[in-house]
Design a protein around this ligand. Structure first.
Ligand code: ZN
Length: 322
């Protein structure tokens, strides 16, 4: 029997920031070429993709599909440029579509969602500043809109040689792709070796808040059971022992929750107070990520029956139970 020719050609675009690199992957399986994620929209990333194709004897016309792990701009950046060269089908989770298409109704709803959330979490002026940023981004990031049709995975649990594994948490539409024959797992931002992924707070398409950290934990546990040998992440180095890394992430999650519980016991009561106390250095510069961390861990403590919340003057006050 002739072994099927199967190769991954990683495209690694270095960045000086703490993400280390933007990674996306050309995967050749039995003569079929897929692109998993589509990098960041820069000249460097575009040139590296072109060079990688050429070096291995491919052209854009060989691309059979683009598979998207999640909607974030640094994973879909080159889709418009690629599709301008060659019509390639783009597949993503159904939840990704209004986000990748920058649907105006969805974006308006999302801003309203954050306005209410930051008000109820006691964020005051910083929350208002963040809402202004979100409003400006609607206009300023319009170029990130994906112009080609996006085909949802809905109803299928595999695509070509890949199993589609829903791994929401970092993003509501996040999926991972697993090739069980090769034991390759493409995880986007679900797992990164050198930094922990943020479970970013988001509304669903109906405007309801998703309990993202709880979802993220469930997705990590799901990946513990996958018999993968090489994990291909969206940033940083390849991961060989994902079980050990996942256990570390889960332990860290509990430690952070305990720390917040201590602060609540010492008298702090709002998400904003916790954010200012725990993340002094990042509170202003990375406000939305910091709030996601705090809100996520409060959800987690609440779901575990460790804390309760009551609204006072429209702001949630959290307190330890017994
Ligand atoms: Zn991401």
């Amino acid at each position: 029997m002739i072994a099927k020719h199967c190769t991954v050609y990683p495209i690694i675009v270095p960045t000086p920031y703490n993400l280390k690199s933007f990674n996306f992957y050309l995967v050749e399986e039995a003569g079929s070429l897929s692109l998993i994620d589509a990098g960041v929209d820069t000249v460097d990333a575009w040139e590296l993709l072109r060079q990688t194709l050429t070096k291995h004897g491919f052209a854009f016309s060989d691309l059979k599909q683009i598979l998207v792990t999640h909607n974030h701009h640094d994973h879909i950046g080159l889709i418009n440029r690629i599709c301008a060269q060659q019509a390639v089908p783009v597949y993503a989770h159904a939840e990704a579509i209004p986000r990748m298409k920058r649907d105006p109704k969805f974006l308006t709803m999302r801003i309203k969602f954050f306005e209410q959330l930051y008000r109820e979490m006691g964020c005051g002026p910083m929350g208002e500043k963040q809402i202004e940023k979100l409003k400006e981004a609607v206009h300023n990031n319009q170029h990130q809109m994906i112009r080609t049709d996006i085909l949802p995975f809905t109803g299928s649990d595999s695509i070509g040689d890949f199993q589609i594994i829903e791994t929401p948490g970092h993003a509501p539409d996040h999926v991972s792709f697993f090739d069980p024959k090769k034991k390759w797992l493409f995880v986007g931002d679900h797992l990164i070796q050198h930094i922990s992924s943020n479970a970013i707070v988001e509304p669903d398409q109906q405007g309801q808040r998703i309990l993202t950290l709880i979802q993220y934990k469930e997705s990590l546990q799901k990946c513990l059971t996958i018999d993968a040998e090489i994990i291909f992440p969206g940033h940083g180095e390849l991961i060989r022992n994902h079980q050990e890394l996942i256990h570390r992430r889960l332990t860290r999650m509990d430690q952070k929750a305990e720390k917040m519980l201590e602060l609540l016991a010492s008298g702090l009561s709002t998400a904003n107070q916790l954010a200012q106390t725990l993340y002094k250095g990042k509170y202003e510069s990375e406000f939305s990520l910091v709030m996601s961390e705090i809100i996520g861990h409060l959800d987690y403590l609440e779901a575990n029956g460790r804390i309760q919340k009551d609204q006072k003057d429209g702001v949630w006050q959290y307190s330890p139970l017994n």
